[in-house]
Design a binder for this molecule. Structure first.
Ligand code: SF4
Length: 222
């Protein structure tokens, strides 16, 4: 029977290998403040960090904080956000989010997971990113890369994002949650892509279960 999940020792070995491969893994969204990270994370839904970074410079130069953003001209905002897709909804959410921050939190991003999740356009994953990268809490934000890799490598064996996050919290040492999240994203962008993972060049190839990539005992892509 095919092995479902790695042992605890193997999980730690995966983390060590990823750490050696990506010693600088960190959040790739350009930001200078918690507000800018919150806005960038919200804008990154259904698009790439690269695209968000392209609009981040003009956006934050013009509207650097919640006070400025809450009074932004919607038409001008739409023009800046147009390249990232879903720009009409994102313009509305950004305005609503900034106004809510001004009305309820004096323009300061709350350092609180539940309060963050109540902001327009912010779900559990985005709140996790802000708690981790703006405030330094240990979090595992499960995006498409983390979900795919965690289950493909065999760190966990779960069918949905929430279960994957909870299972990762059990199996990964808490002081490595945020770093693991970044390393898995970097690995998913650089080597373990969704359709064509580069197993032949991957430092994890001996240990990874490559779940979903094998047919009749053979790897499809290594
Ligand atoms: S061995 Fe292949 S499937 Fe496993 S992590 Fe590396 S690239 Fe991904």
């Amino acid at each position: 029977m095919e092995k479902e999940i790695l042992t605890q020792a193997e999980v730690l070995e995966v983390l060590d290998l990823l750490e050696k491969t990506y010693p600088d893994a960190s959040c790739e969204l350009v930001h200078r403040t918690p507000f800018q990270l919150l806005a960038a994370v919200m804008l990154s839904a259904q698009t790439t960090d690269k695209r968000v970074n392209q609009v981040a410079e003009p956006l934050f130069a013009r509207y650097p904080d919640a006070a400025a953003m809450s009074e932004a001209d919607p038409e001008e905002l739409r023009t800046i956000l147009r390249p990232i897709g879903m720009y009409k909804t994102k313009t509305e959410n950004l305005l609503k989010l900034s106004r809510m921050l001004m009305e309820e939190y004096d323009g300061v991003v709350p350092e609180d997971q539940k309060l963050l999740e109540k902001l327009p356009g912010i779900g559990r994953k985005s709140a996790n990113v802000v708690m981790a990268d703006a405030f330094g809490h240990q979090r595992i934000a499960v995006d498409t890369h983390v979900f795919r890799l965690a289950n493909r490598i065999g760190l966990v064996s779960e069918k949905d994002v929430l279960r994957t996050e909870k299972a990762l919290m059990k199996v990964l040492p808490e002081d490595r949650w945020t770093a693991s999240h970044h390393m898995l994203i970097w690995h998913g962008r650089r080597l373990c892509m969704a359709r064509s993972p580069e197993c032949g060049q991957c430092p994890l190839t001996e240990i990874c279960l490559k779940k979903g990539l094998k047919t009749k005992g053979e790897e499809k892509s290594s």
